[in-house]
Design a binder for this molecule. Structure first.
Ligand code: ADP
Ligand code: MG
Length: 721
């Protein structure tokens, strides 16, 4: 069966044809398209129908049955309804008739429909059949979707086939869009550049690209039985028809080829240094550990050391649940560099974290004679200049800071290793910039955002991955409970109990930009309330991002030294903070946090041998998603399990890390639903690039440069050389 074609004189359009030159568009509509990011024919073709309707067969009105979703048509025979007082409610009611009978349609609060529906007009109607309790239980369709049914001459666009239903764009409704898209797909050239090599299309029986685009918008059903057709319709409506699958595979394949290209272009870079691991180095590394490393820590350290000794720069992701001991491993890697006479830069997403790292690295490493410098915004010019001078002279072994560390003014004498902590704020592009900088440093990215492996391999597809899949011994799972805001007394009791046991507590408030002032006030007031009314005998601290750096320092230092019993904080403490004596985490307004955030916050406790506890204070009565989040938090401590539920609840666009990973939203693929396809695409991308390395045939070489170009355009990864 051929894809739909018109008999109209062909007017070839290409994917890069500007939308305004398409038949039926023009400058005014082009502007509306542009507002939705649609500039070319290709962009519009990627604007997927949100539903398909099988309009090959309409149901006759007399055959409609209660509860069925149906497609029917008929002529408007009468219009009625009423308008409530002060227009609070309006009902437009119309009677539609065909040769077999009549049925009523009711529209609530859409009074303008009165001027659209006129007796004598023909309608196509889609909706669910109900019994109307207000009209003696007769059948009715409530708020069905309707389209005027004009008799079509020429090719049938709106009926007699499976039709796409689009979301409205500007003032263009589905019918207009359908007409425009139909014009396009009827005129797509069959020789469209296809980024999927022929052998892959054959291997997976994937259709050509032009055909996929045509069928994506104007599907043809192959089934001859009703069941078969229903199955096909269902696949279409779930975005999994053969046309969808072809484009999903293409999207995943391209992405993976792009990422692997970045990766291999890095392995072609050569460092001008080789690190040795002598006995001295081994000894130095061992000395910093006040405990035995876990098996997992040993394994990943070896992977890192091997990379650091290899000729091309490391780009490795170190994944491990909160508290699994990533920082220690990073410190060991830094020693490896230092003992070979090289410098390490450690970048944290926030100043507080940079400071935290500074303190822990200083505690670990200064006694052994390593020199550590912290670069932060609040340094006085003189302090900063002298730190910069030490770094430039190579006296500093480890420089710690925020992103400013890779700014131009910082010159390293002998930079060998860059550690990026909590990578979810640092994407593919920035990583690339770093690699390109003078020293071709080894890059180690630390992340506690647990995502399933198949996803990690794509989201961080430009990196090698090491996993610490084990917690240090003696950790007890953090007991987690949820409370309603009214249970305040119970919560205060827990805080008191913990403090009396010699431990400390966090009380965390959400801080979101939209309500920053209110949130800050809430945290500040809570701190004051606790201090004056609830725990006049305890020391309460307050920490938030708006405080001056020196204030933050002194609060954090006091808390780490055990001089503050309870620390009220905004989410500035979300990542990385390590005070093992803190054993209670109270999260206020927990309903406002996402799962991975809650997990991160909880990870601030349970860092020592004592039993820790996390209390989630939430009003989740009318929020089923929030309830589910609280449930899973109370149920498990396993970051990977939590990540999976997070994926289910949030959907693919929202996966922690996706936004920041530098990979824009997918057009066809859905990273959760298509996990299998993702795996396959990754393997095939590897094989494809392998073919090219071995010389490749003409098609492969042509496609490689096509993909390179497309990936650059879409993702802006300049590194793909
Ligand atoms: P992460 O950065 O992975 O969240 P950290 O490196 O901050 O974890 O380590 C969490 C805590 O566990 C720290 O107090 C650290 O000193 C301690 N720790 C790390 N590795 C071990 C180990 N092998 N045995 C005992 N304690 C450890
Ligand atoms: Mg950490």
């Amino acid at each position: 069966m051929a894809p739909p074609r018109t008999d109209a004189p062909s007017r070839i359009v290409r994917l890069d044809t500007e939308i305004q030159y398409v038949k039926g568009v023009g400058p005014r509509r082009a502007e509306q398209f542009a507002e939705h990011g649609i500039r070319t024919v290709g962009d519009l073709l990627c604007h997927l129908p949100f539903r398909y309707e099988d309009r090959t067969q309409f149901r006759s009105i007399s055959s409609l049955r209660e509860e069925e979703w149906v497609l029917t048509r008929g002529r408007i025979a009468g219009i009625g309804g009423f308008e409530g007082r002060r227009r609070r409610i309006s009902v437009v009611e119309i009677l539609v008739r065909d040769a077999t009978g009549s049925v009523r349609l009711k529209f609530f609060n859409q009074p303008y429909l009165r001027s659209v529906f006129k007796p004598g007009l023909d309608l196509i109607i889609y909706g669910q059949v109900k019994r109307d309790p207000r009209a003696h239980g007769t059948l009715v369709l409530m708020n069905p979707e309707c389209e005027l049914h004009e008799q079509e001459t020429g090719p049938r666009v709106h009926s007699g086939r499976v039709v796409p239903v689009y979301r409205r764009l500007g003032d263009m409704r589905t019918r207009t869009l359908r007409q425009i898209v139909f014009g396009i797909v009827s005129n797509l050239p069959p020789d469209m550049d296809d980024p999927l090599p022929g052998y892959l299309r054959r291997r997976y029986r994937l259709m050509s690209r032009d055909r996929a685009f045509a069928l994506l918008h104007f599907p043809l059903l192959n089934g001859t039985t009703r069941e078969a057709r229903n199955t096909e319709m269902e696949a279409l409506n779930r975005g999994l028809s053969p046309a969808h699958k072809r484009l999903i595979f293409e999207e995943l394949f391209q992405l993976n080829v792009g990422l692997q290209m970045i990766r291999s272009s890095r392995t072609r870079l050569l460092k001008d240094r080789r690190l040795q691991i002598s006995e001295n180095v081994r000894e130095a590394i061992k000395k910093i550990l006040p405990f035995h490393p876990t098996v997992a820590q040993k394994r990943v350290l070896k992977e890192i050391a091997d990379d650091m000794r290899s000729p091309s720069p490391m780009s490795r992701l170190l994944q491990g649940d909160v508290g699994s001991g990533k920082t220690i491993v990073a410190a060991q890697a830094a020693i490896l560099a230092a003992e070979n006479g090289y410098q390490t830069a450690i970048m944290a997403p926030t100043e507080i974290l940079a400071e935290q790292h500074y303190f822990s690295f200083r505690n670990l490493l200064t006694p052994l004679g390593y020199r550590i410098d912290l670069l932060k915004g609040s340094l006085r010019r003189k302090e900063k200049d002298s730190a910069l001078a030490r770094i430039a002279a190579g006296e500093t072994h480890i420089a710690i800071g925020t992103h400013s560390l890779i700014q131009d003014e910082v010159e390293f004498a002998r930079l060998a290793l860059v550690v990026i902590d909590e990578q979810h704020r640092f994407g593919v592009v920035q990583r690339g910039v770093l690699m390109e900088k003078g020293h071709k440093p080894d890059v180690l990215v630390l992340t506690a955002t647990p995502i399933p492996r198949s996803l990690a391999l794509t989201l961080y597809g430009d990196l090698d991955i090491s996993v610490i899949d084990q917690l240090p011994p003696g950790r007890k799972p953090i007991e987690t409970r949820s409370y309603e805001p009214e249970d305040r007394e119970a919560i205060y009791k827990e805080i008191r109990r913990v403090v009396e046991d010699g431990h400390q507590a966090y009380v965390v408030y959400p801080l979101v930009e939209e309500s920053e002032k209110i949130d800050l006030r809430a945290a500040t007031e809570m701190a004051r309330h606790l201090e004056r009314e609830v725990f006049p005998d305890l020391r309460i601290g307050l920490l938030h991002g708006r405080m001056k750096s020196a204030e933050k320092d002194s609060v954090m230092t006091a808390f780490a030294a055990g001089k503050i019993h309870a620390l009220v904080a905004t989410t500035v403490i979300e990542v990385g903070i390590d005070v093992p004596n803190a054993t209670l985490m109270v999260v206020e307004h927990a309903e406002r946090f996402g799962l991975s955030q809650l997990h991160q916050l909880r990870g601030r406790v349970g860092r020592g041998a004592a039993q820790s506890m996390c209390l989630l204070v939430a009003d989740a009565r009318n929020n089923p998603d929030a309830r589910r989040r609280l449930e899973i938090m109370c149920e498990t401590n396993d970051g990977f399990r939590i990540a999976e539920v997070d994926l289910e609840l949030r959907g693919p666009g929202e996966i922690a890390g996706t936004r920041q990973s530098g990979i824009p939203a997918f057009r066809f693929a859905n990273l959760i639903r298509d996990r299998k396809g993702l795996e396959l695409a990754r393997e095939e991308a590897g094989e494809f690039l392998g073919r090219i390395r071995r010389g490749g045939d003409e098609e492969c070489l042509r496609l490689a440069s096509l993909i390179r170009k497309q990936v650059r355009e879409r993702y802006g990864w300049a590194l793909i050389g």
